[in-house]
Ligand binder design. Structure first.
Ligand code: GDP
Ligand code: GDP
Length: 437
């Protein structure tokens, strides 16, 4: 389930961290690095009146330029407006309105999102008069709060979650997304690729998966299609305790694969394939995940000969996922990254494909006519009928007189022939043999 997002926007020192600590379940931030190093934001899971949400403290956003201070607060406001479902605009009741507040207010007025002006540091109920000057920001009733002592924060949150309840009524978008896991060994370029795929497209952070809170997904819209990037690279634990990178990487890859329709296996083209790549690819195939092999760092692979050699070596060692298309890119320069969208769409179409029974049986008739006789002892295999019994990935059931006669070799032969006849590139398929006299 996607969690709605509440962004806290405000000048330095107005009390944003204090408010986050009050609202969030734990002080433990989920550090999100997916959008690159300059924008280090913290995400915190929170819950009020049974409504769960993600709290974003945009305070870490920095923008360069002559006026870094101004830039920073404007960037926060824009980011909040883009990403959040509800915005809490925190101002300092002791300091009163300043010009930065006014500038942020102008941005937020145009955001088209619910905005709550929370007037912080109202520790003393006798001084509530000071709150009313914040009406001038043109964002509705100001809410007096004391982040430090907790006064007023409950009332504010009641209203915030009321707004979030309205937001949550649109889960369709969620269901429609293609789940994409970006996997591969450390340093292959997963984060760089994720950045490229999310940066130029509308993207929002969604969901905290499972109980461990160590994955944040990103929803991306590209040419009208929604994709959910199931993250394995963008997050790193704040503590360095789990330094067993290999192990950690593999476990996370498996978790991402479990939730994915399509796995992008990112390979460092300068290093070629590693055993870990093979292991992860094998796991994805076993789990029935569609796959695209991404040969990254193609910008520093020298010459066509070297390129051909690398491709060949990979194809040789990846025969068990021979159905996966290979796309060579540079995540660094962005070259050919656009092709990945098409590759995802294609393999997903095949993964979710339904082939009409009539076409399957026309094909089966052809196999019966041209194929060789398969037998075991005196028993001769007769295949009567074929039908698709599942999708995502496609499952096919052959009704035959003697399922025990079908061995691995013959199954592979049938799979290859099916792949020649039908568009199944990029997806594993499952064949079953059932007895029918
Ligand atoms: P941030 O820079 O916006 O994240 O602000 P902080 O949360 O770090 O707070 C800045 C300062 O304001 C700290 O010294 C806090 O203790 C103080 N502060 C935060 N909330 C309150 C409040 O409700 N009342 C008072 N009096 N001080 C507060
Ligand atoms: P991750 O650990 O798989 O997420 O890998 P990163 O995305 O952090 O990339 C690891 C290193 O490889 C970084 O220094 C990147 O700048 C670099 N890198 C990533 N993609 C490319 C690429 O296409 N070409 C080149 N030359 N370097 C790349």
């Amino acid at each position: 389930m996607a969690l709605p997002i509440v962004a806290i926007v405000g000048r330095p020192n107005v009390g944003k961290s204090t408010l986050v600590n009050r609202i969030a379940q734990t002080g433990d931030a989920i550090v999100h690095e997916m959008r690159g190093v300059t924008r280090d934001r913290s995400y915190h899971k929170a819950d009020w009146n049974g409504v769960e949400f993600m709290l974003i403290d945009t305070g870490g956003i920095e923008m360069g330029g002559d006026d870094a201070f101004q830039g920073s607060i404007r960037a926060q406001a824009f980011e909040g407006a883009r990403e959040a479902d509800v915005i809490i605009f925190l101002v300092d009741g002791k300091a009163g309105i300043n010009t930065d507040d006014e500038e942020v207010a102008r941005i937020l007025q145009k955001a088209g999102k619910p905005v709550f002006v929370a007037v912080n540091k109202m520790d003393n109920p006798a001084r509530m008069d000071e709150v009313w000057e914040f009406y001038a920001l043109g964002l509705g009733d100001p809410w007096p709060v004391s982040a430090q002592h907790g006064n007023g924060t409950g009332d504010l949150l009641d209203e915030v979650v009321n707004e979030l309840r309205k937001v949550e009524v649109v889960p369709e978008e969620e269901v429609e997304a293609i789940n994409v896991a970006i996997i591969g060994r450390p340093n292959a370029g997963k984060s760089s690729l994720t950045n490229k795929l999310t940066n130029n497209n509308r993207s929002i952070v969604s969901d905290v998966a499972g109980t461990t809170r160590d994955a944040i997904d990103t929803l991306v819209e590209h040419e009208g299609q929604m994709y959910r990037i199931v993250d394995t690279a963008g997050l790193r634990r704040k503590s360095q305790i789990d330094e067993d990178v290999e192990y950690y990487g593999f476990v996370r890859a498996m978790r991402a694969i479990d939730r994915a329709d399509v796995a992008l296996l990112v390979i460092d083209g300068t290093l070629g394939l590693t055993n870990e790549d093979q292991r992860v690819a094998g796991y994805a195939a076993e789990r029935g995940c569609a796959m695209v092999i991404v040969l990254n760092k193609w910008d520093i692979v020298e010459g066509p000969e070297e390129k051909a050699k690398i491709r060949e070596r990979i194809e040789d060692r990846m025969t068990f996922v021979g159905y996966a298309p290979v796309v060579a890119i540079s995540a660094l320069t962005g070259k050919r990254v656009d092709r990945i969208w098409n590759a995802i769409d294609d393999v997903y179409a095949n993964y979710s494909r339904t082939i009409p029974t009539a076409r399957l049986n026309t094909w089966l008739a052809g196999i019966r006519e041209t194929g060789h006789t398969v037998s075991k002892g005196k028993a001769v295999l007769r295949m009567k009928y074929l039908t698709q019994t599942g999708t995502c990935p496609p499952h096919f059931t052959f009704f035959v007189n003697r399922p025990d006669v079908v061995d691995d070799n013959y199954e592979r032969y049938l799979e290859n022939r099916m792949r020649e006849a039908f568009p199944l590139e990029g997806t594993p398929i499952r064949l079953k043999f059932k007895k029918k006299d």
